[in-house]
Design a protein around this ligand. Sequence first.
Ligand code: CS2
Length: 498
Amino acid sequence: MKNYKLNSANLSNLSERIAVPQYDRSKVKTGIVHVGIGGFHRAHEAFYTDQLLHDNSVTDWGICGVALLDFDTKIYNTLKAQDGLYTLVVKQLDGTHTNRVIGSIVEYLFAPEDPIKVIEKMASPEVKIISLTITEGGYNYNEATKAFDFTNPLIQHDLENPQAPKTIFGYLTQALKLRKDRGLVGCTIQSCDNIQGNGHMTKKMLLSYVTTAAPDLVAWIENNVSFPNAMVDRITPVTAPIDITILSETLGVDDAWPVVCEPFKQWVIEDDFIAGRPAWETVGAQFVDNVVPYERMKLSLLNAGHSVLGILGALIGYNTIDQSVSNPNIATFLNTYMDVEVTSTLGDLEGVNLDDYKKSLLERFGNINIKDQIDRICSESSAKFPIFILPTVQSQLESEGSVQLAAFVVAAWAIYSLGKDENGADLIIKDAMQLELKEKALEAKTNPEAFLEIDSIFGNLKTSSVFVEAYIDAYQDIEKHGVEVCVKNRNANHFTKI
Ligand code: CS2
């Protein structure tokens, strides 16, 4: 079998072996600029949009993918070499793979190379939506001050260099300024990140920046830009070298960066698109009036569930989420956490059967084929805990509910932050706050509470004696007996209490 590099010229040769776009990509114009072309975007929004271009023969909703950071050189170069094409490998529960070449990314830009080009693209009249996957940490929100973090050196850089920004806030401000100055219509800025009220957050953070950087623009944004909230979901592990090899050896497709993901996908969006939108509902997205309860459900069950499995599993020495959830003690702990500490905080979720949802999560976590990396899950925990776990703790404290299991996970995170698992092996910790976490984790060895003093993560949680007591108890217990024994005891105690 002859191998072909994945690019436009080779598509017809590849079409006998793999599903390829059936629409004429050369006719598709950019209607969406998307910032952050990592795996998740390519498994989610770009996938839905590919399906839309395919089913509806529309031509005005192609995507221009923007790589914002220096760090993104590799993905930019890959997409450029492959004319924006890549393979989406859906790993089914039965071990089979469904492969499909996605064609919705029709343009790609590398912001550090040519910032003006990116600003112009965002400002161009045919672009109706600027969507974002810039990660939880990318919104520059400080949990302690509950405000935009102007001390961030990159933000200072953008304020001083508006024509050559480095952050999303600098780019959006310049692009919206151009739209206003040119008398153009506004657009929608659509967050696709795992943040409660992600549209609200985007608006709040952008307006904070604009109030300082370009105060005249504030009113225009208020009137001409919409920020729909959305819940996004599809588990997308980091592509492993073996994924590249399998495609090459079984199908003869040489794709330098395929994306792998689970079959499940969900996108629930508020219908608030000031300049129009694609009919994503025709390809499975749901449009609702208020997405906030769905977001809360997903963040505090799925994403928090991931963090629970990730941190506890990492300490035991596991590498993947399925290994962690296949340990019955950990699975019981997670179930109890979801049932006892999370469920009552979710309020009314009309039309959702929470029991089924929780059951399906356990199944998704257990998918042995996707090998979702614990390193991926634990990365940037300093941005994740305040969104995934701490709001639940806050709610529970307010209603005098249990916080025992959440406190246990936070204690495990403090120990994890020392950088060794329980067998003495090094943990790979990737976190923007790595140094501070380590410093506080070291202090916590003699004074466990020290870890809770990181205000930008924990806010004033250290003042809750109920939480602190449970946390210290868990910390000392884990140190003495290890995660697994403690989890087992907690499971048993919990059930006797009920
Ligand atoms: C994960 C998410 O990063 C994480 O910690 O929980 O990436 C998760 O896989 C996605 O949100 C699934 O939709």
